[in-house]
Design a binder for this molecule. Sequence first.
Ligand SMILES: CC(C)(COP(=O)(O)OP(=O)(O)OC[C@H]1O[C@@H](n2cnc3c(N)ncnc32)[C@H](O)[C@@H]1OP(=O)(O)O)[C@@H](O)C(=O)NCCC(=O)NCCS
Length: 206
Amino acid sequence: MELSGIRVCIHELKVEDAYFFANWGAHQNPLFYDYNYQHHGVMGYRRWFESRNHMFQHYFGIYLEERFIGFIGIKKINPLTKNSELGLVIDPNFTNRGIGLETMGLFLEHYFFKLKMKTMTLKVTKYNKDAIKLYRKLGFRFIGESRTLLEIKTSDLMHPEVQKYAFYLHRDCFGRIWEEVWKMKISKEDFEKRGKNEVSIGSVNH
Ligand SMILES: CC(C)(COP(=O)(O)OP(=O)(O)OC[C@H]1O[C@@H](n2cnc3c(N)ncnc32)[C@H](O)[C@@H]1OP(=O)(O)O)[C@@H](O)C(=O)NCCC(=O)NCCS
């Protein structure tokens, strides 16, 4: 598969892409440390690459002039219900430039019209305001919420960015921290009604 947009290209991942993580920017907010890939080391990069694709999961690279700047994929692919769950990460050096919107537009078009999938779901932490705004723009709707375990150092809990969203974090009787997560969903019809329009507006303006 190869999808080309105005700036972005999406295609199969190559193992060399994983080594390029060393050049990626770093999130300074401890709530996003899980998206920092640059210190995984050679073995970590290989493991990351090898775990990306299997029968129920398929990931692709996002490229800007051949440079690996993100990855997008679907997991928990269900061929019967024609649903899967989204995964999306952009190099922090390239966020807030419309790359996420352009990527999602290309990918959803392919997903619904070429792969003939019916719906896509995703899970997003409630404090991830940028991601939620992007997903809403595309036509994703809130369908439920849950909590997941947050791996965070006690010292990082005092970080101002973590404190800002402390009301989304909950400590249980074992001292573990749980974060509030939204489940969102989009259908082909939602995308046609809302997302397609947003994507073309974003692309024309920039
Ligand atoms: C969430 C994430 C994928 C968003 O990607 P992104 O490329 O920054 O998203 P965009 O740039 O398309 O949208 C972000 C903002 O940039 C704005 N923007 C800036 N320049 C733009 C341009 N040239 N064209 C269009 N939009 C532009 C958008 O309007 C938008 O602002 P708004 O929300 O106020 O409307 C990215 O921040 C990320 O990878 N985060 C870490 C991993 C993560 O959280 N993944 C999601 C897990 S569920």
